[in-house]
Design a protein around this ligand. Structure first.
Ligand SMILES: [Zn+2]
Length: 461
């Protein structure tokens, strides 16, 4: 008789993948383990960049091989140990897989397995193949001690990248290295990530910190507007005056000159693309233009992120309860379109551009607020969005025409007649929804809601 070992008992797993049986190292009472990332730009020679590129391509290919292998096998044969054995063998037999350090290959397996766990627990879709040009290029360095970080200059540090060697990176923050590294503050690993601006290293910094006291600060509702970036229920606003959009400059985070360059590049790309026959691969010239476009957009995104970090830090420091809208993109496009009597301006640009930019940016704002508020002992709550822009925050009367324009709200209730800033009004409504107990999701770091799938339609009665 054959007894099958469950994949989780870990007897035949390699040591790196075995579940830890001994208790975790001293977890002092009242201290929280906190993981944070710190990203720094790497200064690479072209040869070093090529080496890391090759590693990243190998990592991506390994993921695809693994996915193929995993989805082909019968369920009972899919074990971590079998996967690990297959990877070891593949690394011995395939040259271009061996350019990647063994630790990085282990990390791919770990990430792949985690992707399935996320899927089984309802947090994500099942993992898929990674496409050559769409996938983010990355390589993991799971062991902190491999890094051997040193500071060599006020502005530069050196880090060891396996199979590449010593590499310089921009030193913008004091990292816990050498004598400064303690049990409660150390670097546990890193990940190399490539974006349009080149290779970066993201250090994983682990700290043990005292649990924060509950934040005594006031409650606040926040509305994200088209007229004002962030409007608070107490009348305050957060704006980025030096970076604003205008009809001829839809992207707020680029200068006029950069915007003109972007437009010219986009036209050039469209022109070049028009000569491409179906099935033909992208020409090097077109690829270059795409890269230039990506670089400009990445620059805009970094400026935006910088502003978001500063604002969310300030909000998380000041308020104990932060209430935000659970925004979906449909509301966003709707508000850009305006009403029949009062159509919005630049609808096409807004709905097209804002669709991606705003949704992504808003999600990022909420994510930042959530973890920063938790750090200061505060909480972020989400409330359902519909109606917050049409309800009068003074009397509760809801009428579709009350929002006269993007900026002005005037109550249509004869007995009330309140008028004021529309975004401010919406922020007060958001806070009101929280106070009346209409909380949708207490946003707690990770997504906690299990998505309902394949819901059966209710039977007709
Ligand atoms: Zn009113």
């Amino acid at each position: 008789m054959v007894t099958r070992r469950s994949p989780t008992n870990g007897h035949d797993l390699p040591p790196q993948l075995q579940p830890r049986l001994t208790p975790a190292p001293v977890q002092k009472a009242g201290l929280d383990k906190r993981q944070a990332g710190h990203r720094a730009r790497l200064a690479l020679t072209p040869a070093q960049a090529r080496l890391i590129d090759a590693q990243a391509h190998a990592a991506r290919a390994l993921w695809n091989l693994l996915h193929d292998w995993w989805t082909m096998l019968a369920k009972h044969q899919r074990t971590l140990a079998a996967a690990d054995a297959a990877i070891r063998q593949a690394r011995q037999e395939i040259d271009w897989l061996a350019v990647m350090p063994a630790q990085a290959a282990q990390a791919v397996l770990k990430t792949y397995f985690q992707a399935w766990k996320n899927c089984w627990q309802g947090r994500a879709d099942p993992p898929t193949f990674k496409a050559r040009f769409r996938a983010v290029m990355s390589v993991d360095i799971p062991q902190g001690r491999d890094l051997q970080i040193t500071r060599v200059h006020r502005r530069w540090g050196m880090v060891n990248i396996p199979k590449v060697g010593r590499v310089r990176f921009r030193w913008t923050k004091d990292l816990p290295i050498g004598k400064k590294a303690t049990d409660g503050n150390r670097i546990t690993g890193a990940r190399l990530v490539k974006d349009a601006l080149g290779w970066h290293i993201a250090f994983r910094v682990q700290t043990l910190e005292a649990k924060p006291e509950p934040h005594p600060g006031p409650e606040v509702g926040i509305d994200v507007g088209v007229a004002v970036p962030l409007a608070l229920s107490n009348g305050e606003t957060y704006e980025h005056d030096e970076w604003t959009s205008s009809p001829d400059k839809p992207n707020a985070w680029l200068t006029k000159k950069e915007q003109a360059t972007l437009l010219a590049l986009e036209r050039r790309a469209a022109h070049r693309k028009s000569f491409r026959k179906p099935g033909e691969s992208t020409s090097n010239r077109l690829q270059t233009t795409y890269d230039q476009i990506r670089r400009l957009r990445a620059r805009a995104k970094r400026r935006h992120q910088d502003w978001q970090h500063q604002t969310t830090t300030e909000i998380a420091r000041t308020y104990g309860v932060i209430v935000v809208e659970d925004l979906t993109i449909t509301n966003m496009v709707k508000s850009a379109k305006g009403t029949v009597e009062n159509p919005g301006k630049n609808v096409a640009q807004k709905s097209g551009l804002n669709r991606s930019v705003n949704q992504e940016a808003w999600n990022r704002t909420v994510t930042m607020l959530t973890y920063k508020a938790a750090r200061h002992g505060g909480t972020v709550y989400k409330v359902p969005a519909p109606g917050t822009s049409q309800r009068c925050s003074a009397c509760g009367f809801t009428a579709p025409g009350s929002r006269e324009s993007q900026a002005v709200f005037a109550c249509k209730n004869a007995g009330c007649g309140w008028s004021g800033n529309a975004d401010h009004n919406a922020a007060r409504n958001i806070l009101h929804l929280y106070r009346t107990g209409l909380v949708l999701v207490p946003a707690a770091g990770r997504a906690v809601v299990r998505r309902a799938r394949r819901v059966k339609p209710a039977t007709a009665r």
